[in-house]
Design a protein around this ligand. Structure first.
Ligand SMILES: C[S@@+](CC[C@H](N)C(=O)[O-])C[C@H]1O[C@@H](n2cnc3c(N)ncnc32)[C@H](O)[C@@H]1O
Length: 289
């Protein structure tokens, strides 16, 4: 995520008016050779100018897309419109010493979760000092970003990466090979509930649930997948709060309700980012006892 206020002011100063520049959002994503930007309707007609300016001024960017819908649907994907360069939505992205083939049109991908990915991966490294067994289930694994970083940083760890989007499943298989962890990251195609009920109950000591909009519907399966129904769950959610300081009590209240059938210790809450006006994406680290 780049802060583009200064950058765009600089590259667009002779092409857009100050008022038009002020309407732009304050950030955009660069994923490998692709830049993705949201353009407000009021300056839609300037999209090619904006796209070409980004391409001309950012090294390595070969395609610029305007994001024309929110991330949506089961697969959490978005509509993209080409505004400059090649019509190519597959690219390679590097993060934390790993490389990922991603398809920004057909699969979910966000570089904005990079800090969270390494945080969770490091937590596993810390736990290993306590001789924990390392079997991780990523219920909503996408192209394998969390799973592969976890496996790469934690050589004793095996990870089951579940996803119901066939494109994500295939890319996760390819990414596991690219990063030489194909013997420890297993990409499984299917609905997380079905996969756990039929094959992965009583298996893991850690479960990731990176689907904040719907993770609450999968809590029973997450617990079922834990070995002896005990272990750690990284539970992603969206929480409404008046401001950032009110987020933590709201999360505590919400988790108490959502996990009421289980004995838990909510030992950490990370506020990842604001995803809408007064809506925060949050990860709760929960020990199920
Ligand atoms: C928000 S994305 C996160 C992907 C990945 N963890 C990442 O951060 O890049 C959620 C993923 O869950 C998948 N998904 C949605 N519903 C699912 C389900 N019922 N079972 C398995 N995967 C599902 C989507 O296809 C999507 O790839």
């Amino acid at each position: 995520m780049l802060n583009m206020v200064h950058f765009l002011k600089k590259v667009l100063k002779d092409k857009l008016t100050d008022i038009e520049i002020s309407k732009l959002y304050s950030s955009f994503d660069i994923i490998g050779e692709i830049a993705i930007i949201k353009i407000p309707e009021s300056i839609e007609e300037k999209k090619e100018i904006i796209g070409n300016s980004l391409m001309d001024n950012i090294k390595n960017v070969k395609s610029v897309f305007s994001q024309s819908s929110p991330v949506r649907g089961e697969f959490r994907i978005r509509d993209l419109e080409l505004i400059a360069g090649k019509d190519q939505t597959i690219t390679y992205y590097k993060e934390h010493g790993c490389i990922f083939k991603v398809d920004v049109r057909n699969t979910y991908f966000s570089p904005r979760l990079s800090t969270e990915r390494i945080r969770i991966s490091n937590l596993i490294s810390d736990d290993k000092l306590q001789n924990q067994k390392d079997v991780v289930i990523n219920m909503f694994g996408g192209v394998g970003t969390y799973s592969i970083i976890i496996a790469k940083k934690n050589p004793q760890c095996i990870v089951y990466n579940i996803d119901s989007n066939i494109h994500a499943h295939v890319l996760c298989q390819e990414n596991a090979k690219l990063n030489k962890v194909e013997n420890r990251v297993f990409s499984i195609f299917g609905d997380a509930k079905d996969v756990i009920n039929s094959n992965l109950s009583n298996t893991a000591n850690r479960v990731l649930m990176p689907l904040p909009e719907k993770a609450h519907e999968f809590i029973d399966e997450a617990v079922l997948s834990l070995y002896n129904r005990t272990g750690i769950i990284h539970y992603f959610s969206h929480v409404a709060a008046k401001n950032k300081k009110d987020v933590i009590p709201e999360v505590e209240k919400d988790n108490e309700l959502k996990f009421k059938s289980y004995l838990i210790d909510l030992f950490n809450i990370t506020v990842v980012r604001e995803v809408g006006p007064r809506i925060y994406q949050v990860v709760s680290d929960i020990k199920v006892m």
